[in-house]
Write a protein that binds this ligand. Structure first.
Ligand SMILES: C[S@@+](CC[C@H](N)C(=O)[O-])C[C@H]1O[C@@H](n2cnc3c(N)ncnc32)[C@H](O)[C@@H]1O
Length: 420
């Protein structure tokens, strides 16, 4: 029955066209936050670990083999093949870490026939890509003698559909299937997100229980109420418990495991900050950040202020969120203040910044500079098109720098290397 709800949910998502267009905007699956924060975060994290793999495969001219677990409409292919190095100057070309031509085979598997159909139609010209329907709760979908993959990849919560037993079996089979080494990328839903404090439970529990989730956010805001939104079980993970889980499974299979990264993605801009479906006190910060990135659109900056309500029994998380709240709000207030006083820029330099982490000090200086420079640049509406996107990028840096991989976010991104 629950599996049926998962299938219905994703079939509907395909039917409404959520997987068709990837032009970013104010809401929907491919909104600005997904494009400029989430995809970008995934790419930045993965490029560090893929670069050496790519180099090795280029030397041996063998090409990289990737399996995408819960591939949806084949999003992983796009995420992996548009891994740009950060542009450090204005006059050189952007280099990619992984080019489509580096991939010798990409195999996407997903339980949803509708998704696989969509993936096939979107990628029909990609001759190295193949897609098949498979249920990951039955284990790793490989044929007898199927060659190992260099990267076992998953994105945006696909493996959070599995309970602990099924995930353990899958990871164990990956450990056995690798050649001498393989990269495993897991992208789980974070248990300690402010989107759902009701799911945090007791800090010492492992959270092996499945909790109810929905993807109501993919529907346009004005369609709510007319659409029946499916609810289905999801496993939410804390960072430490996920790390323990993977380490134990790998050790049990005799594989060595090296944790390459464990990080929080979208702490204040999770999808359900806007819906408030699981936390009525959540401020709709994702909507405000989407607006910051939108061309010719001015944002009410007060909508960006994060007011955290401490949760009983979680002093460590309370300290983490408290610190993030102070840092984040300081940058927002600095921007509001600079806009109020942009005609008297000399005063802006006098504000004391000591006491804030370096990333926040740097962000405050930068936003003041952007406000001062903006009116002299030739651009329509410098506030909407220059200051506001800059503020978004600075807030993104604050979030990325202060995250601790606690699972205090919508997405917990983990990269492991398994070795035999
Ligand atoms: C949130 S979507 C993510 C899709 C894609 N990876 C992306 O980055 O957008 C989760 C995907 O997991 C798939 N899924 C859920 N349960 C699964 C299972 N038991 N076996 C295989 N795929 C599953 C769903 O059909 C869906 O396409």
């Amino acid at each position: 029955m629950k599996q049926l709800d998962v299938l219905k949910n994703y079939a509907k998502a395909v039917a409404i066209g959520a997987y068709d267009s990837d032009s970013p905007g104010l809401f929907g699956k491919h909104d600005n936050v997904r494009r400029y924060w989430e995809d970008r975060f995934n790419r930045t994290v993965m490029s560090q670990f893929l670069a050496p793999v790519v180099e090795r495969q280029r030397e041996s001219s063998s090409g990289i083999r990737v399996m995408d677990l819960g591939c949806g409409a084949g999003e992983g292919l796009g995420i992996l093949t548009s891994l740009p190095q950060r542009a450090r100057n204005l006059d050189s070309e952007l280099e990619k870490v992984l080019d489509y031509r580096d991939i010798s085979h990409y195999k996407g598997v997903d339980i949803s026939p509708a998704m696989i159909e969509k993936a096939k139609s979107l990628h029909e010209k990609r001759s190295q890509a193949s897609f098949e329907v498979a249920d990951l709760s039955e284990g790793l979908p490989i044929e007898m003698g199927e060659p190992p993959y260099d990267v076992y990849f998953s994105s945006y919560g696909a493996l959070s559909h599995l309970n602990d037993e099924a995930l353990g079996k899958l990871v164990g089979e990956i450990c056995k299937h690798i050649e001498d080494r393989g990269i495993f990328v897991a992208d789980m839903l974070g248990r300690f997100s402010y989107e759902w404090p009701g799911y945090w439970g007791n800090p010492n529990d492992n959270g092996s229980k499945m909790n109810t989730y929905s993807m109501s956010y993919i529907y346009p805001p004005d369609a709510k109420g007319e659409i029946e939104v499916e609810r289905f079980p999801i496993r939410f993970w804390g960072g430490a418990e996920f790390d323990r889980f993977i380490t134990e499974i790998a050790a049990d299979k005799g594989a060595k495991v090296i944790r390459r990264r464990l990080c929080d993605r979208s702490i204040l801009v999770g999808r359900h900050m806007n819906t408030r479906e699981f936390n009525p006190e959540a401020p709709p910060i994702r909507a405000a950040v989407n607006s910051l990135h939108q061309i010719n659109c001015r944002t009410d900056l007060s909508q960006l202020i994060f007011e955290y309500h401490p949760q009983p029994n979680h002093p460590h998380l309370n300290r983490f969120f408290d610190n993030l709240q102070n840092s984040w709000n300081a940058v927002v207030y600095a921007c509001i203040e600079a806009l109020d006083r942009w005609r008297t820029p000399q005063k802006l330099e006098l504000e004391p910044l000591a006491g804030y982490p370096p990333v926040v000090q740097d962000a405050i200086r930068t936003i003041r500079l952007a406000v001062r420079m903006a009116p002299s640049l030739r651009i329509d509406d410098p506030r909407a098109n220059l200051v506001e996107p800059q503020l978004a990028y600075l807030l993104r840096e604050v979030e990325w720098n202060l995250q601790q991989g606690l699972g205090a976010s919508h997405g917990l991104l983990a990269v492991y290397e398994f070795k035999k």
